[in-house]
Design a binder for this molecule. Structure first.
Ligand code: TYM
Length: 331
């Protein structure tokens, strides 16, 4: 079976609809016909300021949400990144192959460091994409389901893998980004010129674990565009188009079908119906997440099993790499 790997940061108390439609929905779909490895990337989460207790709680809540959304531990290896020390072991080798120049070109680092000033950001924020490359290459992933914002990191991953293979002999499969058109960049409801994200004010971001009343309010106050017709037009009507995209992804109806459905009706009708569609989706997810969190010991057992399985695969890659780069074996 082809392999798939992806990761998500436990940097919030809830995932948002952009995470789900851009990436997590594909995680669930791909596990049907791939050998899947999915991880909560807590190592990545400490590249910006963090609180230890909050991180621990969010790591568990993240795992619960992934299960609630449909990641099936019988099919997929679900684990926490820090439980698998091979990620750090491979990352160091990759850092030695990565060039300062190419890491400097990563736009996500540029954006994040611009906010605080590069001098004050952690060194780990800078090397973050190299750790991400290690995450992917450890498992020989063929496909990596992510949103549009991760495309550049996938290109870096392929460059590093190619560099290693050319210099030391082939150890890595070249992974492909699995980016689904249409939902790869869900926009913020208040600033539909930006991607939905935790770093913007909460009014524009639909959290999966939000109370549906809050969600409904956020949708009803979403920024729409001039004009009155409910039609998709990414350039002229980014706000309305975003709402149609979300509706279509969750209801399974095509955007064209929805345009017909809303013909002669206004933005208010679209928002009202979308609030229902989103509510119907998130309500059971919230319930299942809560149930899973009621039994943290069971959740941790699932994660421990995942980590053990992940280490089998990751350990083989690290052994091969450490041998090829010339590290003296310990025995
Ligand atoms: P993270 O934790 O920021 O986001 C998780 C996933 O959600 C996608 N995403 C979106 N998709 C569509 N619209 C949006 N508004 C939106 N916001 C977020 C992201 O593209 C991502 O797929 N660096 C990664 C985590 C990572 C990883 C990995 C991913 C670490 N190692 C290995 C894949 C493979 C990140 O910060 O994602």
């Amino acid at each position: 079976l082809p392999r798939v790997l992806s990761g998500i940061q436990p940097t919030a108390d809830s995932f948002h609809l952009g995470n789900y439609l851009g990436a997590l929905r594909q995680w669930v779909a791909l596990q049907q016909d791939h050998e899947a490895f999915y991880c909560v990337v807590d190592l990545h989460a400490i590249t910006v300021d963090w609180d230890p207790e909050t991180l621990r709680r969010r790591t568990l809540v993240s795992a619960a949400q992934l299960l609630a959304l449909g990641v099936d531990p019988a099919r997929s290896t679900l684990f926490v990144q820090s439980h698998v020390p091979e990620h750090v072991q491979l990352s160091w080798v990759m850092e030695s192959l990565a060039r300062f120049g190419e890491a400097s070109r990563m736009t996500q680092f540029k954006d994040k460091s611009q906010r605080e000033g590069a001098a004050g950001t952690s060194v780990a924020l800078f090397t973050y994409p190299v750790l991400q490359a290690a995450d992917i290459l450890l498992y020989q992933a063929d496909r990596v389901p992510v949103g549009e914002d991760q495309r550049q990191h996938l290109e870096l991953t392929r460059d590093l893998a190619t560099r290693f293979n050319n210099r030391f002999g082939t150890s890595f499969r070249l992974p492909e980004a699995h980016i689904v058109q249409g939902t790869a960049k869900i926009l913020d409801l208040q600033s539909p010129d930006k991607k939905m994200s935790k770093s913007l004010p909460p009014a524009g971001c639909i959290d999966l674990l939000d109370d549906p009343k809050v969600t409904g309010k956020k949708i009803r106050s979403a920024v729409t565009d001039t004009g009155r017709e409910v039609v998709a037009d990414p350039e002229g009507k980014p706000g309305v188009t975003n709402l149609l995209t979300i509706h279509s992804a969750l209801s399974g109806r095509s955007v064209g079908d929805l345009e017909e459905h809303f013909a002669g009706r206004g933005y208010g009708d679209l928002k009202k119906e979308l609030a229902e569609v989103v509510g119907d989706f998130v309500t059971p997810v919230r319930g299942r997440t809560q149930e899973l969190l009621d039994d943290p010991a069971e959740l941790q057992r699932t994660l421990a099993q995942g980590a053990a399985r992940a280490r089998e695969v990751a350990g083989r890659t690290v052994a091969d790499v450490y041998d090829k780069v010339g590290f003296l074996p310990p025995t």
